[in-house]
Ligand binder design. Sequence first.
Ligand code: ZN
Ligand code: ZN
Length: 862
Amino acid sequence: MSEISKEYDFKGVEERWVGAWDESIYYFDWNSSAPQYIIDTPPPYPTGNFHIGNALNWCYIDFVARYKRMRGYNVMFPQGWDCHGLPTEVKVEEIHGITKNMVPREEFRRLCEELTAGNIAKMRVTMRRLGFSNDWSNEYVTMDPDYYSKTQRSFVRMYDDGLIYREDHPVNWCPRCGTAIAFAEVEYDSRTTTLNYLQFASPLGDLEIATTRPELLAACVAVAVHPNDELRRKYIGSEVRVPVFDYPVPVIADEAVDPAFGTGAVMICTFGDKQDVRWWVEHHLPLRQAIDREGRMTEAAGNFAGMKISDCKDAIIDEMRSGGIIFKEEPLDQNVGLCWRCKTAIEILSERQWFVKIDPGEIVETSAEIRWVPEHMETRLLNWTGTMDWDWCISRQRIFATPIPVWYCEGCDEPLVAKEEWLPLDPNLTGPPVPCPKCGCCDFEPETDVLDTWMDSSISVLNVTGWLGLHEPRYPAQLRPQGHDIIRTWAFYTILRAKALVGTRPWDSILVNGMVLGEDGRKMSKSLNNFIAPEEVVAKYGADAFRQWAAVGGSPGSDVMFRWKDVISGGRFLQKIWSMYRFSAPHAVRSDDAAPNQVDRWLLFELSAMIEAVTESMERFAFDEAFRAIRSFAWEVLADHYIELVKARLYGPEGPEKRAAQDTIYKALEALTALLAPFTPFIAEEIRRNLSGESVHTASWPETLPIEPQPEGLLIKEVASAVRRYKSDRGMALNSPLAGIEVYCDLDLETADLSGSTGSSVSVKRGGPEIETRAVEVRPQMKAIGPIFKEKSGEIIGELKEMDPAVVARMVEAGRIEVDLGGDLVEVSPAAVEIVTETLSAGRAVDMISLDGATVLIGTGP
Ligand SMILES: [Zn+2]
Ligand SMILES: [Zn+2]
């Protein structure tokens, strides 16, 4: 064996293994009969940076994947890339100094693909460096035809099943991104705005209305009041005139109006918010669209047409102020809906869009079949499901996304949805191979809208389980790991789609991880200067140390703070393991005829109990508990106690006793490396290969051993550790011999390891020791004597020192000390002396240590 370095070279070891590992051992075997464990790994957005939040999530996944493999499962830990979307389009525009409309669609798409491929390559490097055991034979890229043909086929199937339809319907619209977005993509933020009070003219007297959005006056289609509103009831059924634009709208009654808000009368616009949409539908109101797709005022806004929304708002307010129409303005805190990508305030526009039908009842039922970890995360899905008013808008007005495989007949305007066997295709590049089935016309307009990227990623689970693939499909998957921020999108849509397309729940379990917070406790972000890249941590302390932070930083589901100290202590643990390995390596020898003694059996019992606890924690995804149990066994039980106890045997003569210790160390290291493999795959591999020549990553998870608790070995360990403390308290070298150790207890303890580790002769006796205590010295206390006896003090102290300590001790017990100063009896307080005693056993001076279950006597004199 080559010499083992004293310092653990994490960098050298980790980089060597990254280059040397055969990744095919992580491939899923489609032909295996072993139980499957398929993980629906999140496909990250290929930004080029695998950020620390990803890294935390992937650590959890890797802990599970490696653990399950070792437990004999046929594991798939695939890796996908969710490529489509606006951020890449924006980046391409930035890099090339263009806007998407300046180059042909295909060229723009090609630039997006090129950027994405480069970013994926960068992120793969980081993932490998972090030691993740991905199954790269099951990689997928949503922008590749292989994948998006499945997205398109899923669209066609759901269309054929009546689950997808196209309709004019109000949708959330981001004027900056220039596209419709789904409700799940709207974020709410509170902002202070102004509530403007204005008059709507009426023959019954002006009706006062309060609104935060006067720029929508041109979109006003009605005014509503509460039917029980005494003051305003008279207006119901009449018409009032919209100020500035001067056209009549009806006053309607609706119970949803809050008479206590504003003036008690509200204007209904198409559309200010979701409530406007409800009223618009319920009261069959007309549509007046005053805002266009770019966020500018339409012709309906008359003189304000062409203005940006905010400019129009200022102009209208000015006009109404000077005309005396606004009679009051007050600040109001309001929740405003924002685009989740760019934080622009969204508008609600009525647009012809594609929708997926949502059946909230089915989502709730299916979710109940899934094990949620932690359990309370399911509430987020259920609450969200309870707010579903609208179906899922899936069409987007962008380019870099899966094309919607549809054309419109120029003759009769009928949509022609592609057949599955024509796919994949882009209707902008390819026409349909058949004429219009309705009118026979051969001219078509392509659908230029594309699909929401969640349409791609919500079939990730179907893709990895083999839907529309070469093998017999294997859904449901066993695990979906994901962040809590995408429960209402990715989790929700996946459940919906799996049920719609294959009629089953998508996975057995969902493991929800928290977000990573900076060391200041705030969400990690570049602008807050608390941002840490995984590469930075790996360069300083290595992947194994980083992964330990992920393991112990918190339990899954809770937000986890990034702490350098966790990483640093991770690095220390690696060094500790390495030092222990370095010491043990020459002694770790497997032996078939080893006869373990009490101490060996105690260690094996502790090992077995730890294996059981760690296994149980892993089954609950309680990685922090699992790793702490391993660490405390390795550090305290094995390194600090067992190895110290058996050193003498290891360095002693050949024989069964020595072989038993060597074999026990071998077993402990073998099990320990296996248990560490999911958490710290690099050091586990390095040690295991040196130990047995085999990879720890093809090894099995350790079994518990058939062994009972070992009270004798446990007590030996307690005694040895008490003796060590005794020596260290007295500043003695740990290997300095003592004048004999007697252990009194009710167990038959073997003494070899005790005497070996204490460097002293040890005898074990039944029952308790016979002890007597003897006063051996009187120490007068000047502090107590001086102030009272002044110049006599010296004489008193001299006399006390001369007296028989046993006599003085009896006087102290009786409460008064009498000192004879040349015939004068002087009384001294018991507080004036300290009596030094000595403990004797069978006439020999000893120190006594009381332990739970034993008394230890240590000889102090001849
Ligand atoms: Zn936006
Ligand atoms: Zn037609």
